[in-house]
Write a protein that binds this ligand. Sequence first.
Ligand SMILES: [Zn+2]
Ligand SMILES: [Zn+2]
Length: 148
Amino acid sequence: MNIEHQLAQAKKVCDKRGARFTALREQVFTLLAKHSSAVGAYDLLSELQAIDPSAKPATIYRALDFLNQQGFVHKIESINAFVMCDHFSECNHPVQLLICDECGNVEEIQSENLDLAIRSMADASGFKIKHQVVEAHGSCSACHQTDI
Ligand SMILES: [Zn+2]
Ligand SMILES: [Zn+2]
């Protein structure tokens, strides 16, 4: 999916929800979409500052929060970075990420079995899941191939 297409789709989703996709949020979205793997908030901030020198950490965090709430990006808590959602769906899908500690590549997987397992455990203890993110760390196939 190219960036323009992603952006157009994001706008459509926001319109439907009555969420404001401001110029700044659009800019952050575009910056993030240019990265194929996860990006730290401060890396995005310096990229944004190249366009808008007045951008502050709070600016980027607020924009990223918005994009995260809308389900366009996923926050990777363990490395404080963000990645575009592969599925770009309107639904609030469970998030399962494979994070390569060597090259920083992040692959998004969707296992219904894993989701079901967590949900049934939660149900059994009367817990209601609002949001779940599974983060698995390791090395990707490209990285451990170079080890050999
Ligand atoms: Zn996703
Ligand atoms: Zn790797």
